[in-house]
Ligand binder design. Structure first.
Ligand code: FAD
Length: 309
């Protein structure tokens, strides 16, 4: 059995594995796709101390760092079920492959995925104008025109944030009204370079073959189609935590995020969680790395306090 089994191989999982392995305890990582969301990222400019890098490069560096330690890396393994410790004191993680792993402690770091619009052009122009993270990609659109899709809290926050960087923000909301908190809406409507369009369904992302040049939306009342010319589109219609497999096992927030305390402890003793899959706010690489390290230290603390040898 592992002392610490990490489930998920993004920045949070990599950090947890390194911190655990450095304690000289038996450490494993099971990941569906080692590298996580970082693999899908082009430019990264906010990995502190590295002014500029690329996702695949950072993912390779994470893997190399993990493999410098005695860590059992099990890539292309999807966890399907977590079974709390029984009489033997071991937590079981069942994999889609049919195999099952046992561990004294588990760190869940299965991350999240952005909900997509699923319209023509969205995938084609991903990272070529279609973006999901204003903290990450906002500065790339300095002085340009962008749209934000979604009028919930994250969409309106993104629009306010981007309005200070770009020349023009068009916020597009499917419903007849925005769903963001009133204080955010007041701020939004006070900004001179933001236009809000409600009852609008985005139907297509258009581009010149290289980059985004606009979007088409349908007025849901009249059915009329309109075009917005722009250089960037920030899709803010939800971040979905990869926690479906833990429903009924760990306490999750209404949004499906694993509830953790300041030490990364979940509702189940011996099970810790870190990164985008948790309730910890601001989904960023440096934050996931910090939280992963913290969860591994908490797992180690749990091990030295429990009676099992
Ligand atoms: P993830 O990176 O999501 O990793 C999750 C891991 O768990 C993966 O290995 C996945 O395969 C695995 N997994 C999922 N489900 C299972 C399962 N059931 N069983 C086993 N394994 C599973 N952040 C920044 O700080 N700067 C940026 O510039 C930046 N740009 C971004 C651009 C894009 C396009 C995207 C999508 C995100 C960007 N982010 C950026 C956000 C950043 O990538 C995430 O905050 C970070 O990767 C979260 O790390 P994580 O380890 O929690 O989860």
């Amino acid at each position: 059995a592992f002392d610490v089994l990490v489930v998920g191989g993004g920045p949070a999982g990599a950090a947890a594995a390194i911190y655990a392995a450095r304690k000289g305890i038996r450490t494993g990582v099971a990941a569906e796709r080692f590298g996580g969301q970082v693999l899908d990222t082009m430019g990264i400019e906010n990995f502190i101390s590295v002014p500029e890098t690329e996702g695949p490069k950072l993912a390779a560096a994470l893997e190399q760092h993990v493999k410098a330690y005695d860590v059992d890396v099990m890539n292309l393994q999807r966890a399907e079920k977590l079974i709390p410790a029984g009489a033997d004191g071991l937590i079981e993680v069942q994999l889609a492959s049919g195999a099952s792993l046992k561990a004294k402690t588990v760190v869940v770091s299965t991350g999240a995925r952005w909900r997509q619009m699923n319209v023509p052009g969205e995938n084609e122009y991903r990272n070529k104008g279609v973006a999901y993270c204003p903290h990450c990609d906002g500065p790339l659109f300095k002085g340009k025109r962008v749209a934000v899709i979604g009028g919930g809290n994250s969409g309106v926050e993104a629009a306010i944030d981007l309005a200070g960087i770009v020349s023009q923000v068009t916020l597009i909301e499917f419903d007849a009204q925005l769903r963001a908190d009133a204080v955010l809406q007041r701020k939004l409507y006070s900004l001179p370079n933001v236009k809000v369009i409600t009852s609008a369904q985005t139907t297509e992302v258009t581009g010149d073959g290289q980059k985004v040049n606009g979007l088409i939306y349908k007025n849901r009342a009249t059915g009329e189609l309109s075009t917005v010319e722009l250089e960037g589109i920030f899709v803010q219609i939800g971040l979905l935590p990869n926690s479906e497999w833990l429903k009924g096992t760990l306490a999750l927030s209404p949004r499906g995020e694993i509830e953790v305390d300041a030490r990364g402890q979940t509702s189940l003793p011996g099970v810790f969680a870190a990164g985008d899959v948790t309730t910890v706010p601001y989904k960023q690489i440096v934050i996931a790395i910090g939280e992963g390290s913290k969860a591994a230290l908490s797992a180690f603390d749990h091990l030295i306090r429990s009676s099992a040898p």
